[in-house]
Every structure is written in C-alpha cells, then in structure tokens.
Design a protein around this ligand. Structure first.
Ligand code: F0G
Length: 482
C-alpha cells in the first residue's frame, strides 16, 4: 500500500499490524567476520544467530497471516480423503480456475514430475529464463533449455516494464529450427527469478499461447510469484489498470495448459503444486504422485500447510497482499538508484538486485564478483543476501566455469517481514560499502560440490584477505560494536 505524504512523497506503508515477532541478532563485525570465514564466504552457510536481516530469499520466509495460522489448527491428517485437500482444491478452482490440483512437497518436486513426464532426451524447452532447480531437472531428463528473452532482459539499467517477456520472433525461429515435436513445452516464469524478478505482460503471454497452440506446444506457467506478477501487470500494463488481481491471475491461468508453483512464495506457506484442467495431463501425472510425493490428498505436504495454502491462495488476490513486497522493493531500489548505487531497474517482484558487475567492476567475472559482494554486504550490515551469478552456474563438460549472464547480489524482500526502517538501514550500509568498494576483492573455491555448488560450496578471498581490510575500514567509521 502506497500513501502520499503532505510533502508530496509517496511511501510504502505496511498494510497490516505486527502481533508476533521473532528476535533477530546484529552481532559485532568481528563476529560477522568469523561467521563468514567459517561459512566459506557463502551466505547459505551462515546461521540465523549471526544474521540481522535475512534477505537470502522470500522462499518459505514470508510472514503468514492470522487466518493462515488459524487454519492450520483445523487440518485433517487423514492419509487419504483429507478434508484439507478439498479446501485446497476449491481455492485452486475459485482463484486459478483449474479443475485438477496435485500437491507436491515443494516447487522443485513439481519440476521433477513435469520433466520426467514431458521432457524426452533431445527435446528443447524454450523459456523466458531458467531457474536453478528447473534447469537441473530439465537437463537431467535430457532436455535442452533455450532462453529466448527479449534483448532488454539483461540490461540492468532499463526502464522496460516487462523484461520477463518471451521474444516472439525467437520463439518462431525455435519452432522452425527444431520442429514443434521437439519442443516439449514453452515455460513462462512469473517474474524471472535469476534476472531481477522481472514480470511478463499479459499481452506477451497471450501471444506466446497463440503461437504455442498453433503448433500444438503446451504452455507451462511457473506461478511461484504469480500474485506479484499480476500486481505488476496492474501497475504497468494500461489495459489492466482497472482489473482486480483476481481477474488478472485468472486470465494468466486460463492460458496455461499446466501451472506449477512453489508454495513458499506467493502462497506464503511451504509446499508446492501442479494444476491443470486437462484430464489427459492429470491422468499422466497422477500415478507418479504416490510414488514420488505422497497420496493425492497430501502429496508430501503437511496437511497443516495444505490448509494454510488454501487460505494463502485466496489472500494473494488482495491488492495489499499482492503489492506488499513489490511496493517495498520499488522504494528500496529507487533509494539506491538515486544515490548512484547500481541496481537492477525497473524494480521487480522478488528482491532488490544489486548489480555486482557495476558495483565491483574491478573483480574479474571468474573471481565471482557477485559472491564477493554478498559476503561484503553481510560483513558491513549483518544482512544476508544471495549470490545470483557465476557461482550459481554449473561448470561445462570440460570443467570450465560458465560465466553467468548477470552478476547479482539478491536482497529478497519476504512479504510482511521487514519494515521501512530496515530498508533505510540496508540502503545506508550499501551506500557505505559502495563508497569503499575498492577494498572488496575476488574469491576462489576451497571446496566445490559437483552440482548446485552455490548451496554448499566454500570459498576464500583470492590473494589478500580483503575481508579483514573491509572490517578495519568499517570499524574506523562505526566502532567495533556496529
Ligand atoms: N521456480 C521458481 C521461479 C522459484 O523461484 C523456485 C524457488 C522454484 C521454482 C523451486 O521451488 O524452492 O519450492 O522447490 N526459489 C527459491 C528462491 C529457492 O530462493 O528463489 P522450491
């Protein structure tokens, strides 16, 4: 919710009151140095007790509503035929408009089943951008990912409102080049996670659907951040400015042959699902559910989470809920942008993404600038962000590093968790770091897992110990207790 102040400024105001809180810890900078060294300069390996603001992700960390929590108390734990499932099914029909819903334990479980059933070796899967787990699953089953985003998508200082759009000419070329029968499906991710949480427009999605349908290619929508994408459509796509979030979500979903999502984002729970109105698709997926996830009426989720998901799906259609992170992200991004700190613009639906390539341009890409920046942000602020750059890529078949399209430090804004003063603090510390950016150096691996190395990999400063130098500069400005 944005409100206008008497001086003309517009600020995001939290559209809720806080009634349950969790203590967070700002440990002194010396302790933060110990923690990041122990974690191998990898913010995934930090512990909550060493973190002041956890902006690693919004995944499973959004604040639930009172009604979601209350619903968990009346869940039905029946192995089969749980009433909780039927409430979820009703919510999926009412809000998304799908006939069938299959719960799974989280988003990547949906990706596993979809790739297992719909991706054959030699297939290609065009998409507006990949997500790490998506790519891992689709490639495991022999598919090749084709990223056919628009030219503007990788421009980090852009005003293009829909950088999550698919490039239609490239889609047509893909169909021509590979043949429609080799295109397993086209996947549209609602706000492209790895390149700045950028939305697609409904007019683009309609055009994608038309081309896909003409060629007999199914459209799969990753709806993990569906309400944020819908909110950005309402804000940015003129034709939809008077539509409700519910109407926009429904229209997006009406175009999807299959929709899957991580329930940990827009739904504000833990869990995931696949939904469709196509009986053949449902009949193909259903038998796999008890093998890999659980019986249809729980699918590997706790029934408490199923209850809360049913409520979360209805609540995500409220304007204030759909916009609660987006408005704060916009403020966060604009505050940094006006200070000349390089951030991805326009603001998206997931996080404030700091552009490491422009923040620490002196660090070569294969020395992991985004990894260095996330560690430096933690050191100077106690804020945990996530590396979304070359560390998050896999090596190629010859063992070489594959440079990422973008080098980003992602400061996720989980819904309803942080306040405006938290954002002001983050802006202040990022500005201090930007003014001392020359102190930050590169990283090198000391332990590198073979897949999804960003989760458990350990690194250290390459060359001199720049972490220590940064700590000393910080202490001389703020003292050792800050
Ligand atoms: N799709 C998208 C677009 C995602 O952002 C995620 C997870 C998944 C699929 C996988 O879902 O975690 O429930 O298995 N994104 C998290 C993040 C991990 O931090 O952005 P999951």
């Amino acid at each position: 919710m944005k409100l206008k102040l008497a001086d003309g400024r517009e600020i995001p105001v939290e559209p809720h009151k806080v009634r349950i809180v969790q203590k967070s810890y700002l440990v002194p900078i010396e302790e933060r140095l110990r923690a990041i060294r122990e974690g191998g300069y990898n913010t995934f390996l930090l512990r909550t007790r060493d973190i002041f603001m956890d902006m690693l992700t919004d995944s499973g960390t959004n604040a639930m509503s009172d009604n979601q929590l209350a619903s968990m108390m009346v869940s039905d734990d029946a192995y089969a035929g749980s009433e909780s499932f039927y409430k979820l099914e009703d919510a999926v029909k009412d809000v998304f408009g799908f006939e069938y819903c299959l719960p799974v334990h989280q988003g990547r479980a949906a990706e596993h089943l979809i790739s297992k059933l719909f991706v054959k070796p030699g297939d290609v899967v065009p998409m507006n951008y990949h997500f790490t787990t998506t790519k891992a699953h689709f490639e495991t089953f022999g598919g090749k990912i084709l990223e056919i985003f628009t030219d503007e998508a990788l421009n980090t200082s852009s005003q293009e409102p829909f950088k999550g759009n698919l490039d239609l000419d490239k889609f047509a070329d893909t169909i021509k080049k590979y043949g429609a029968d080799k295109v397993a499906f086209v996947r549209m991710e609602a706000t492209t996670n790895l390149i700045g949480g950028q939305p697609f427009s409904l007019s683009n999605l309609k055009a994608v659907k038309k081309m896909a349908a003409e060629n007999g290619i199914p459209l799969v929508v990753d709806g993990s951040l569906i309400s944020e994408n819908a909110y950005l459509i309402k804000m940015r796509e003129k034709e939809y400015k008077d539509s409700s979030i519910l109407e926009i979500i429904r229209e997006i979903m009406s175009l999807a042959d299959i929709m899957y999502l991580s329930g940990r984002k827009s739904c504000s729970v833990r869990g995931g699902m696949i939904a469709t109105s196509n009986k053949d698709h449902f009949d193909r997926i259903m038998p796999c559910l008890p093998v890999y996830e659980g019986f249809l009426t729980y699918g590997g989720m706790s029934t408490k989470e199923i209850e809360a998901m049913a409520v979360g799906i209805r609540e995500m259609t409220e304007l204030e809920v759909a916009g609660s992170s987006v408005d704060m992200i916009e403020y966060f991004v604009n505050r940094l942008d006006e200070r000349g700190i390089p951030v991805v613009t326009p603001p998206g639906g997931l996080a404030c993404h700091v552009d490491a390539s422009r923040f620490v341009p002196h660090i070569p890409q294969l020395d992991y600038p985004a990894g260095s920046l996330t560690a430096a942000i933690y050191l100077t602020s106690g804020i945990r962000s996530m590396e979304r750059g070359t560390v998050s890529m896999e090596r190629d078949g010859d063992g070489n590093d594959v440079p990422s399209d973008l080098e980003l430090a992602r400061l996720a804004v989980p819904r309803r968790v942080y306040t405006m003063s938290h954002v002001e603090y983050a802006v202040d510390r990022l500005e201090w770091l930007y003014n001392h950016r020359d102190l930050v150096g590169g990283l090198e691996f000391t332990h590198e897992p073979p897949v999804l190395r960003f989760f458990f990999g350990k690194l250290r400063p390459k060359g001199e110990d720049w972490g220590l130098k940064l700590v000393e500069a910080f202490k001389s400005d703020f003292g050792s207790d800050a």
